[in-house]
Design a protein around this ligand. Structure first.
Ligand code: PMT
Length: 401
């Protein structure tokens, strides 16, 4: 099937080692039926010859703002008008900086300024450069102007560093491009999500917490966003960067999480509680560090508010999806929570062993609703999140109709 039949994609390539991956992207796009024109910055040509993309796209490659031959074939304004989508992949830190400042000193920057069509960038750079506040500010500014930011991925980099900064794989970029031309399953839906652990202070330096890494919740935030949802993520302390485009509300304790959720829930249509919220907190947090005495120390714990139950008890309540983390009797306990908390759906995961649940990169879910259920097979948390969001979208749409 020609998934992108008749679609016109202008692919901008900037200077970075990931330029070689853009060749695969051109191949995937043309195989999907798209008509692809490639524009390269001068720096990109230091990495890959234009001839590579010319051979793969079947069209001459545009490189020069003042190229008389290209101008006569299609000038830069015409090229900007021609495309349905402009994708810059890889987008270097330098390019993103110039783009956010509105520079137009090469052909690709000019096209970004001149295009009325959606523009997407796939950042690719060293992880330290990506972490630099200047780069983050540039991306934030671009997002604020409606530029789509796809990625980056995490992993080993060409320079030997490990971290976020790798360009998304061409197959993933193709998926993102496809989703631009098809309706998202949650287009415009406001989705509120909790993720990560909470920390319940004992004294100024100690707290009670749990092993939640936030990976499952952050993957759900990203999957929902890819389906067009407007996502607000209320997160306990984790070591993850929020997906770009997701609004993050960072909290520490269960009480703070409760207050943040209650402050955001009013106009939200779907609520997903993936956080591992501490059921109890210390009755009285010590003002100063508790001294060791050699005596038995007793901490009195009092219950925290049950955020999910409180949201689901609201009069104007969103579609409520809970999680159940169980070490035994998965279905029985999960269905119990589904009923007690009056939920629309619950996603149960087995916890307490390596390979899924807390901290792991993988998970497996049994999803239940009042008169049915569905399994999501053991897979990476991104894939599990994608399937869970598909299922939630299906049941949410059904509940509304
Ligand atoms: O973060 P990761 O390392 O990726 O791990 C993911 C996970 C295992 C934490 C996640 O998949 C998960 O199971 N999250 C829910 C953990 C949990 O607290 O489950 P529970 O069965 O104790 O709570 C039931 C539901 O009530 C949950 O939706 C929970 O968010 C919610 N709850 C619980 C207590 C409370 N005070 N407020 C709540 O909202």
């Amino acid at each position: 099937m020609q998934l992108l039949g008749n679609r016109k994609i202008l692919l901008g390539i900037t200077g970075g080692i990931a330029a070689y991956k853009a060749a695969e992207l051109v191949r995937l796009l043309t195989r999907a039926g798209a008509e692809v024109r490639v524009v390269m910055t001068p720096a990109a040509q230091e990495f890959v010859q234009p001839l590579t993309y010319q051979a793969l796209s079947g069209h001459r490659v545009y490189t020069d703002l003042f190229d008389a031959e290209a101008e006569s074939a299609m000038d830069h304004i015409e090229l900007a008008r021609w495309c349905d989508l402009l994708v810059v992949a890889p987008a270097s830190a330098d390019f993103l900086g110039k783009m956010s400042a509105g520079y137009a000193d090469n052909l690709l920057l000019t096209l970004c300024l001149a295009s009325k069509q959606p523009v997407a960038v796939a950042p690719a750079m060293n992880q330290q450069m990506f972490a630099n506040p200047a780069t983050r500010d540039n991306l934030r500014q671009l997002i604020g102007r409606g530029v789509l930011v796809w990625g980056p991925d995490e992993g080993e980099q060409a320079c030997g560093d490990v971290g976020p900064g790798r360009m998304l794989e061409p197959a993933q970029l193709l998926n993102n491009i496809l989703s631009q031309f098809g309706p998202g399953k949650l287009d415009g839906v406001r989705l509120l999500l909790t993720a990560g652990p909470t920390r319940e202070p004992i004294d100024p330096v100690r707290y009670i917490s749990n092993r939640s890494s936030g990976k499952m919740g952050y993957a759900i935030a990203e999957a929902a966003m890819k389906q067009g949802a407007r996502v607000t993520l209320v997160s306990g302390p984790v070591f993850l960067a929020p997906p770009f485009g997701v609004e993050l509300v960072a909290v520490e304790s269960a009480q703070q999480m409760y207050e943040a959720v209650m402050g955001e829930v009013a106009d939200c249509e779907i609520f997903i509680a993936c956080a591992a919220v501490s059921d109890y907190r210390v009755a009285e947090t010590a003002q100063h560090k508790i001294k060791k005495t050699g005596e038995v120390l007793t901490l009195q714990l009092v219950p925290n508010p049950d955020i999910l139950a409180e949201v689901s008890a609201l009069q104007a309540r969103p579609f409520c999806v809970g999680f159940a983390a169980e070490t035994e009797n998965l279905e029985q306990y999960a269905r119990g929570k589904l009923q007690q908390k009056n939920l629309d759906m619950i996603a149960a995961n087995r916890v307490g062993s390596a390979g899924s649940g807390f901290e792991a990169d993988f998970n497996q879910l049994e999803v239940y609703w009042i008169d049915g259920g569905q399994s999501i097979e053991h897979a990476g948390k991104s894939e599990v999140a994608k399937q869970l969001i598909d299922l939630i979208a299906e049941r949410y749409t059904r509940a509304r109709s």
